[in-house]
Design a binder for this molecule. Structure first.
Ligand SMILES: [Zn+2]
Length: 329
């Protein structure tokens, strides 16, 4: 084994991971995720224990009728639940793969299309972030939006045609890096499995509410990666504003208007209202980007001094030029 691996020493060293990945990542996200999962499991456990109690309570009746012991009941119950979870998981994973097939069947996959600049650029981002390549699909939907899904390669990012229509290429990049962050930090993967807790009848709604505390933090993390990778807070904010208020008034949402709404929403009732939303409110995302821009700007090198250390082969030069051209537009 070792000898086999030493046969190929001429393999060029991979370029270091972009510092944005570490900058945008927060340990507290995982703490909130763990608390959310534990709280959801506690809810499930409570319901499960209640059902066990009812089994034990009704043991005499059960024992009289079937001769089963409470222990057999318990393990029988557990086995039944394991089967249900297995079937539910297979169902979820199949649905996600079908979603991809549906996109392949109906949407534009940019891979071999004439809209290739986005593919070249996202492949470069994937290399920088040390993550698998993502496939980008464009589907007809006038609403400016985008989303990512997948639990293993290939991961898919879907852009609504409204995003292509109304966002500039630079704003679109901010949206795409945000979506790639969901893949890089395994949000799409974790989200897939968390669906098991959300799908449980009745208590699934409560579980969803508990798990969304992590979901909203994941959104802020994705915003941070877009910020730290592109190093342009204004651009990331513009893309978020475009997505939230639409293209007609996006440019009217000026600094004063932003500050006013941030001020008006800085209260507990607004925060409570936000707990019923899958995403943080726009005002909080804008404020978060402002705060992080202020925090990170001193440690970012000036854009002009960034030197790509990756050795560029002749074959790749054309693609790199195209990507660089887009980056500096
Ligand atoms: Zn997101």
């Amino acid at each position: 084994m070792n000898e086999e691996t030493t046969i190929v020493p001429q393999q060029p060293a991979a370029p270091p991971e972009h510092p944005a990945v570490r900058q945008a990542n927060l340990t507290s996200d995982y703490v909130v995720l763990a608390i959310g999962v534990l709280a959801s499991l506690a809810v499930v456990g409570l319901v499960f224990l209640t059902s066990i109690a009812s089994f034990i309570y009704g043991t005499e009746v059960v024992a009289e009728e079937t001769g089963a012991s409470p222990v057999e009941d318990f393990f029988g119950n557990l086995f039944g639940i394991a089967i249900v979870v297995g079937v539910a998981l297979a169902f979820i994973l199949t649905l996600i793969r079908m979603m991809r097939q549906q996109m392949l069947g109906n949407a534009l996959q940019v891979e071999y299309s004439d809209y290739a600049w986005l593919r070249e650029w996202s492949n470069q981002v994937a290399k920088d972030l040390h993550m698998p390549r993502v496939e980008i699909m464009v589907t007809q939907d006038p609403v400016i939006n985008a989303y990512a899904f997948g639990f293993a390669t290939p991961y898919t990012i879907v852009l609504h045609s409204g995003s292509i229509r109304w966002l500039t290429h630079e704003q679109l990049k901010a949206v795409v890096v945000h979506e790639m962050a969901h893949v890089k930090y395994r949000h799409t993967q974790i989200g897939t499995y968390l669906n098991l807790l959300r799908m449980i009848p009745v208590i699934g709604t409560l579980n969803g509410w508990l798990l969304d505390f992590w979901g909203r933090r994941a959104e802020l993390t994705a915003d941070r990666l877009a910020l730290c990778y592109l190093r342009d807070g204004k651009l990331v904010k513009e893309s978020l504003i475009g997505v939230h208020v639409g293209p007609d008034v996006a440019t009217s949402f000026n600094d004063i208007a932003q500050q006013w709404q941030v001020y008006m929403t800085d209260n507990y009732f607004n925060r409570f209202t936000q707990t019923f939303s899958s995403h943080p409110f726009l005002v909080r995302r804008l404020r978060h980007i402002d705060a992080k821009t202020e925090e990170f700007t001193p440690i970012w090198p000036p854009k002009t001094t960034i030197v790509r250390k990756k050795p560029i082969t002749k074959k790749e030069t054309a693609a790199s030029d195209a990507a660089t051209e887009e980056t500096t537009r």
